[in-house]
Design a protein around this ligand. Structure first.
Ligand code: C5P
Length: 258
């Protein structure tokens, strides 16, 4: 499968066939490999190999298995989203972003709440690279509802806080954001079609929500303007992960018809 990069327009071209739309959906689905070790990750990737292009390596797997966990994924031609959500002083984050790019990650995250100087440092750190990865600023975690946002002293609603952080990120030159499905439409207005919006908190109808709070179905998130969907447990904890991924891809392909 070719490595898809910077998929901005949220919809397939008019007249696309079902096969085209499934291919398009496949480029936009990112599977979160939230597992405790490299062996579990390898077992999941084996089962999802033919279904998915993108895999997300997050804190649980990276802390346990280290940078070497990216190698087999890259060797098999997969695209890796390294989701370590950096949040530190600008100099430290710039260095971390450079290190993540050197590992071959094609997407990576920093926390927007690190502020404009940190975001600008992260962006600048990637500027000299011939083929820089997509930098994403995480707005408000999809696990946070109004009560959680209030508890950390923010006197805005989650939606207002997401918008504020996105505006600030745009001013710092960031063009990629992570937000919940509930804010994707307003962020799409802020970024325009060139923005890369990566959306977790995806739950197919009837799926267990778990710790996520601001959720939507795959079709809803795409129709609202998502560029990519991040799905973890609904696929990785399914009895048949490939079948679960396939059902999500078919739902996404249906939504791409619009
Ligand atoms: O299992 P589930 O589908 O809830 O996984 C969602 C993934 O997206 C997790 O890996 C989580 O770390 C990540 N994520 C999120 N909310 C954000 C940013 C990333 O849930 N705002």
């Amino acid at each position: 499968m070719p490595i898809p990069e910077r998929l901005n327009p949220p919809f397939a071209p008019a007249g696309a066939t079902t096969v085209d739309r499934l291919g398009e959906a496949r480029k936009r689905l990112i599977i979160a490999l939230d597992v405790p070790d490299a062996a579990s990750a390898a077992a999941l990737v084996d089962r999802l190999e033919d279904t998915c292009q993108w895999f997300k390596v997050g804190l649980e797997l990276f802390v346990a298995a280290g940078p070497a966990v990216l190698e087999p994924l890259l060797k098999r031609g997969h695209s890796v989203f390294l989701d370590l959500k950096f949040n530190d002083i600008p100099n430290t984050v710039a260095g971390a972003v450079r290190s993540a790019a050197a590992l071959g990650a094609r997407m990576m995250t920093v926390h927007a709440s690190g502020g404009p100087a940190m975001l600008a440092a992260a962006r600048t750190a990637l500027e000299g690279l011939a083929d820089p990865p997509q930098l994403l600023a995480v707005t408000v975690l999809t696990s946070m509802d109004a009560a959680q946002v209030d508890a950390v002293g923010l006197k805005r609603s989650p939606a207002e806080q997401v918008e504020l952080l996105a505006q600030m990120g745009m001013e710092a030159g960031i063009r990629g954001f992570v937000c919940s499905p509930q804010e994707v439409a307003s962020l799409r207005k802020i970024t325009g079609p060139a923005g890369v919006l990566v959306i977790p908190g995806i739950r197919p109808a009837g799926a267990t929500v778990g710790d996520q709070k601001r959720v939507a179905t795959p079709a809803q998130a795409l129709r609202l303007g998502a560029s990519y969907l991040v799905v973890g447990r609904p696929i990785t904890q399914a009895t048949d992960p490939a079948e679960a991924a396939d059902a999500i891809l078919r739902e996404m392909a249906g939504a791409l018809e619009g």
